[in-house]
Every structure is written in structure tokens, then in C-alpha cells.
Ligand binder design. Structure first.
Ligand SMILES: *Cc1c(COP(=O)(O)O)cnc(C)c1O
Length: 431
């Protein structure tokens, strides 16, 4: 399988090259050049790893042997990814049992292992984060010492829990606490990754080879197909019905992976994109016009995105909005509704929702058709400062999160300038 750019003006490349480049030279996003069709009946082993192997092998056949893929999957997914059945033909897919308690662990762990297998020299993995991504990437690369993960986060933009999971890793993770906003962090990362002249000027070019691990990297998209596929197969097996998936959405990475899973023949009836008060996608479904706008802050902050970076992949797959609307929809959920869903989650569903998953729970309640899977993207304890007052109690910390708090925290303060970040990268700044 080769990978091509959504803008069709760049070379076809291998998966490894697509991972290493991040963005194609024409500034488009990498997508598979063709879509193998997999009949669910062909999948005989319905374990998570069995399904993962079957789904990913056509995409990675040229680069990993069946045995390599199998060992990679077994080592990456040594935690549970359960589908739990609730009432009213509804199930919840829990993607938060990995080391940092959000679904981003699942893709980050795949990416780290793939790179470890295929790249023998050192690499510097650079990522800007406003929350869950940085922790998942740091955690995933922590054990692979030939890589250095560099995480930039805004000093005043993360909760104490988020801060801990960005800063509690080994020496090969450099956590840079930027005196600025998330946008500053993103700008710094983009400049260093994208501007060879800047890398030269600040003495970075000869020392490091950089790779990005942000949500447009195909190495993060592809593995997200696994759990959507597994959940749909399991649900259909148990109930006899193909489910719809409701996916809490920000940059549209997780949802695009679900469209891809549907494209290769997985029994996904339809897809609902649940967003918060950032309405770019729900407006697009309503008007047919894509009009990105600045993001606004909501309770579901990992979804505070006004210009979803994977939109280009969605419109590449489904250029015709009318066709897209036959198989999917988008809903926007306001903070008051998120609060209401968390407050009543226990009584209504027997669940404590995280603020992101709460948007999907609200969307489920609006649906008139049966058979839906709510995709749960984070453990509610990650957002206890929001959740506790609403449930009128203290949510229990799961063991994966509790473990992170036993580790010492370490970070390097930097200014929001290339100069300051370069000094930290070169080891000229003290911790
Ligand atoms: C990142 C994130 C999302 C949004 O996922 P996208 O792939 O960006 O759409 C939703 N929920 C949580 C908890 C997240 O961390």
C-alpha cells in the first residue's frame, strides 16, 4: 500500500515515509491510495488483536511482516478496550484504560512501536499539546530511548492532573513549559518542523532529525480504525444489528478513522460527529459550507477546535456533501447540556461521563433510531475538577492515573520564542 496526498501534487510514499514527513510536500494530508474491502465474515478471530491484525495488514503489508505486526499489536495493547452494553440498544466503547486514560494512548502506542521497529537512528518527536496528546505521546515514547519526545505545553493552560502527565517521564522526554498560550506552542512546533532555515539558524539542523506526532500524522490515524471496527463487529455479533457510532470530535481524527473503517466494509451503519459549542462541523452539515473559525473554550476542552485539521481527509473521502449526509451527521452540544448529561449520567445510564464523552451521550439522547455505540474518549477522573461538583461526590482515580502521580515531575520553563526552545533542545537551559 502506498500513501498519497489529499492535494494530489506530491509523490506516493510508503507508510514509513508518510509517518516521517507528517505533512506531504504539497501541504496536503496523507491518505491510503486505495481501499481494500474486508468482509466481516473473513475475520474469524474476534479478539481485539485478531481484528486489529486483519484490519491493518492490507495497509502495512509492504512494511511489516504478519509476525512483526502481531508482536507490535500485542505489546501496544496490553490493556482492556471493552465494549459495555447499556440500556436502550446502546453500548459504550471505553477507550480510556491505557496509561494516560484517554483514547490518544491507543494511536500513540502504535506510532512509537512502529517507529522503533523501522527507524534505527535517533529522532526527536516534537508535539504541542493542550492536554491529552502530549501525555499520550510522552508516555508512548518513554520506553524507547533512541527517541527523544519533546512536548510543549502552555504554562497556564493545563490542569494540575494534565501537567503531571506531561512531566512525569524519563530523561528522554523533555517537557517544555511555555510562557505563552497553546497557539504559541503550536506556532513554535510548526516553525521548527517546517522551516529548514530556522533549524539551521538556531543550530538544530545538524543535531536533530525531527518528526511530528500531531493529529494529522497518518501513523496516528490508521490504528484508530481498529477499535471502531472491533466495536462494530462485536456489537453486530451480539445483537444482529450494525451499530451507528457517536464520536466526540475536535480535530476529526478519530471520526475520520471511523469513516475509513466503514469504507473497508466494517458493519458501521452511520457515524455521528458530536462536537461542543465549536460549531464548524455542525454548520458544515447544515449549510454544506466549510467555514473554519477561531475556537472557543468549552468544558470539553480537548475538542475546542474551530478548524478541524482532518477535515481535508473527510472531504477527500466523501467530496459530495449529500452523499456524506446519507451516512453521517453532526451535532453541537452546549456546555449547559454537557453539565446536565454529567449530572444525570448515573441516573440515566449508570455512567459517569467525562465532559467529552458527555457530548456523545447528549447526541445519543437526541437520536430517534436504535443501536448506537457511544465512543468514550477519556476517563472522567481526568476532569475531576469539572465532574466532581456536578455529581456531588469524589470520583475515584483509576489505577492507571493513580500510578502517574507516584512519579516525580520534571519540566523546563521556556519563553515562547524559538531562541528559548532551541536552547532547551540543545541542553543550554537548566531544569
Ligand atoms: C483529542 C480528544 C478528542 C477529539 O478527538 P479528535 O480526533 O481530535 O477529533 C475527544 N476527546 C478527548 C478526551 C480527546 O483527548
Amino acid at each position: 500500500m502506498k500513501y498519497i496526498s489529499t492535494r494530489h501534487a506530491a509523490d506516493r510514499v510508503s507508510f514509513l515515509e508518510a509517518v516521517e514527513r507528517g505533512l506531504a510536500v504539497d501541504q496536503g494530508l496523507y491518505v491510503p491510495e486505495s481501499w481494500p474491502l474486508i468482509q466481516p465474515g473473513e475475520i474469524t478471530d474476534h479478539s481485539f488483536i485478531g481484528i486489529a491484525q486483519k484490519i491493518l495488514s492490507p495497509f502495512l503489508r509492504d512494511e511489516l511482516t504478519a509476525h512483526e505486526l502481531h508482536s507490535l499489536l500485542k505489546s501496544a495493547y496490553d490493556f482492556q478496550i471493552p465494549l459495555r452494553y447499556l440500556k436502550n440498544d446502546t453500548a459504550v466503547l471505553e477507550l480510556f484504560h491505557g496509561p494516560t486514560a484517554a483514547f490518544k494512548d491507543i494511536a500513540a502506542r502504535f506510532l512509537a512501536r512502529f517507529m522503533n521497529l523501522k527507524i534505527s537512528e535517533q529522532r526527536t518527536i516534537l508535539v504541542a499539546t493542550s492536554g491529552d496528546t502530549g501525555g499520550a505521546v510522552a508516555s508512548a515514547f518513554d520506553e524507547f530511548k533512541k527517541f527523544r519526545a519533546v512536548v510543549l505545553f502552555p504554562r497556564n493552560g493545563v490542569s494540575p492532573l494534565q501537567r503531571q502527565q506531561l512531566t512525569c517521564w524519563s530523561d528522554n522526554v523533555l517537557s517544555l513549559e511555555v510562557n505563552g498560550s497553546f497557539d504559541d506552542c503550536q506556532r513554535l512546533v510548526k516553525t521548527i518542523l517546517g522551516d529548514a532555515q530556522v533549524r539551521e539558524q538556531f543550530g538544530l539542523a545538524s543535531k536533530f532529525r525531527f518528526t511530528s506526532a500531531n493529529s494529522i500524522n497518518i501513523g496516528r490515524l490508521l490504528p484508530q480504525m481498529i477499535y471502531h471496527s472491533a466495536a462494530a463487529i462485536w456489537y453486530q455479533q451480539k445483537t444482529g444489528h450494525a451499530p451507528g457510532l457517536i464520536i466526540p470530535t475536535g480535530n476529526l481524527g478519530d471520526a475520520v478513522a471511523a469513516f475509513w473503517a466503514r469504507k473497508i466494509g466494517m458493519p458501521i451503519r452511520e457515524i455521528t460527529i458530536a462536537t461542543n459549542a465549536n460549531t464548524t462541523l455542525s454548520n458544515f452539515y447544515r449549510t454544506g459550507r466549510y467555514e473554519p473559525r477561531p475556537s472557543i473554550r468549552t468544558l470539553a476542552n480537548a475538542m475546542d477546535v474551530g478548524a478541524p485539521s482532518n477535515f481535508e481527509r473527510l472531504s477527500d473521502l466523501h467530496p459530495d456533501v449529500h452523499e456524506l449526509k446519507k451516512i453521517s451527521s453532526a451535532v453541537s452540544v452546549l456546555d449547559d447540556e454537557i453539565r446536565h448529561a454529567i449530572r444525570h449520567g448515573k441516573a440515566d445510564w449508570g455512567e459517569i461521563w467525562c465532559p467529552h464523552t458527555a457530548t456523545a451521550a447528549v447526541a445519543r439522547e437526541r437520536m430517534k433510531t436504535p443501536h448506537w455505540i457511544i465512543v468514550s474518549t477519556a476517563h472522567p477522573a481526568k476532569f475531576s475538577e469539572i465532574v466532581n461538583p456536578l455529581i456531588g461526590g469524589e470520583i475515584e482515580m483509576p489505577p492507571n492515573l493513580a500510578q502517574l502521580f507516584e512519579r516525580p515531575s520534571r519540566s523546563t520553563p521556556v519563553d515562547a520564542t524559538i531562541d528559548s526552545v532551541a536552547d532547551a533542545l540543545l541542553g543550554k537551559t537548566s531544569h
